[in-house]
Design a protein around this ligand. Structure first.
Ligand code: NA7
Length: 491
């Protein structure tokens, strides 16, 4: 073999310029890895926060935690920032770190294959261009592509019909009858906001959800100044929010009726305070264990059903017709606008495009039984390929960015090894990955998520999206790059 090439930075490609891609690029800059390019298939950065612009869109994790710890923001104007503000934060980071020149907007990666001899990935873009990189960091996100329900007549509606993640701002809702399908995290935000202007909103519910008060409030100007002049206060706020969510974690994830009972009681009491009609309350009360589906937080979703212009429909949808939504009992609910608040195709279950690793093995085949990775970051047989927000790295109780930052640290550790040892590639040992995942799945059996259907679990009930434990534990085991876990190939 020839002598190792003296690279100051291996050539890196980041795929995706959302929260994780932007954060990763900043960490590369900070660590001195300057030879990188970001491919972003959309025409602007921001990912989730570029796409979700529906009325009421906001994060459901407090902003002082739902932001990058190495890019703290003293200026959040609300405890739960709106989508515009989060998007402005991300665009601000791109400008601050001068990342624009690094990002190839409107270009998607369609396939990737690894050349073991050269220790190099070849990526093919949608325009057919081949791009080579030593290391690929896939930052494609987990909830990206809108999911539409499998309902007859989906394309038949005569008026505007669109998904919350593709909001049609050119469609005025004033004076209109709006039908909203879905009652998940997006619906609880969009329904109260749309009810402010629409003539009538009808919400089609398949499953009622547990809702807790959000207790959102503006962050006073004085407080923001304090955060700005004393960054330790901001850090303290972040720590408070983080540890409060960590302490509550077991209530959310454990399959324990005893732990769920007090929090379900709290949610029921909240429902009573928001909705006066007992029959309506009954329809809005879930029958699955708290935490099994994503917990919804809203100060005004349930209360919006008290309005004269908001109605709840619990009859199953039979089909979409040109005039509206027909339910199983034969009634047609006429509407002028149809909104799908029906969530996303879950990206944790399959690769975002064709990926071929050692020996030409397809990632789609490796993941056919469900996506797995070592700590959610590395996949045996796919050397120098790292994933952010990968399999089993989602939380039900706290900010996903806490996990993502640990993954960034792991990737930096790998990059340092590649550079300092002049390695051709690093490939996580299969036995290490298998042991890790066996441990996860064993713990999964004690988690509440197996007790109901949700986007967390696949059709066979397996869970490849969430991490079954505290975020702090995940961070401790992930942020350190343990060289012994990887096989190294030299030049
Ligand atoms: P979710 O949480 O996946 O919610 C989708 C909603 O759409 C949910 O209430 C579904 O009911 C409902 N849905 C899906 N298909 C149908 C049909 N056919 N009929 C009626 N209702 C249907 O997506 P969100 O966008 O709200 O949130 C996604 C995540 O983004 C969220 O968890 C946060 O992490 C951010 P179901 O409960 O399945 O009966």
């Amino acid at each position: 073999m020839s002598a190792p090439p003296r690279e100051t930075s291996p050539r890196i490609v980041i795929i995706g310029a959302g929260f994780s891609g932007i954060g990763m690029a900043i960490q590369l800059e900070r660590a001195g890895f300057r030879d990188y390019t970001i491919f972003e298939r959309a025409d602007e950065v921001g990912g989730t926060w570029r796409d979700n612009t529906y009325p009421g869109a906001a994060c459901d994790v407090p902003s002082h935690l739902y932001s990058l710890s190495f890019e703290p923001n003293a200026d959040w104007t609300r405890l739960f920032a709106g989508a515009h503000e989060i998007q402005a934060y991300l665009v601000g980071l791109v400008e601050k770190w001068k990342l624009r020149d690094r990002i190839r907007l409107g270009e998607s990666i369609d396939e990737a294959s690894f050349d073991a001899v050269r220790g190099e990935w070849t990526l093919v873009t949608d325009s057919g261009e081949s791009v080579r990189a030593r290391v690929v960091i896939s930052c494609c996100g987990g909830l990206v592509d809108p999911a539409f329900p499998k309902i007859e007549g989906l394309g038949d509606f005569a008026g505007p019909a669109f998904h919350t993640a593709r909001w049609r701002h050119d469609v005025p809702l004033e004076g209109k009858r709006v039908a909203v399908i879905g009652t998940g995290a997006s619906a609880v935000q969009v329904v109260p906001a749309v009810a402010e202007s629409a003539r009538h909103v009808r919400v089609f519910q398949r499953t009622p959800a547990w809702v807790l008060p959000r207790m959102d409030a503006p962050v006073a100007e004085k407080q923001r100044q304090r955060f700005s002049t004393s960054p330790w206060r901001l850090w303290l706020r972040r720590m408070r929010v983080f540890w409060a969510s960590e302490l509550r974690g077991p209530l959310v994830w454990l399959d324990s009726k005893r732990l769920s009972a007090p929090i379900e009681k709290l949610s029921r009491r909240f429902l009573r305070s928001q909705v006066s009609d007992p029959e309506l309350r009954r329809k809005l009360t879930p029958d699955f264990q708290f935490g099994c589906k994503r917990i919804l937080i809203s100060d005004d979703y349930w209360a919006s059903f008290e309005r004269d212009n908001v109605a709840l429909e619990t009859e199953a949808i039979a089909r979409i017709t040109p005039r509206g939504v027909e339910t199983a009992d034969g009634r047609t609910h006429e509407a002028d606008v149809l909104v799908y608040a029906t969530g996303f195709e879950v990206g944790f279950r399959s690769p975002p495009f064709e990926v071929r690793g050692l020996g030409g093995r397809r990632l789609a085949d490796v993941w056919a039984e469900g996506a797995t990775a070592y700590k959610g970051v590395a996949i045996s047989g796919f050397p120098n390929w790292f994933v952010l927000m990968g399999p089993n790295t989602g939380p039900g109780h706290t900010s996903v960015l806490v996990y993502t930052e640990a993954q960034m640290a792991h990737v930096l550790g790998a990059l340092r090894r590649l550079r300092d040892e002049g390695l051709r590639y690093l490939d996580v040992r299969r036995s290490v990955q298998e042991r890790y995942n066996a441990g996860l799945q064993k713990r999964m059996s004690r988690m509440v998520w197996k007790t109901c259907e949700s986007w967390y679990v696949g059709p066979d009930g397996s869970n490849h999206s969430l991490y079954p434990g505290p975020a702090s534990e995940y961070v401790l085991r992930t942020r350190r790059f343990d060289r012994g876990d990887y096989e190294a190939a030299r030049f």
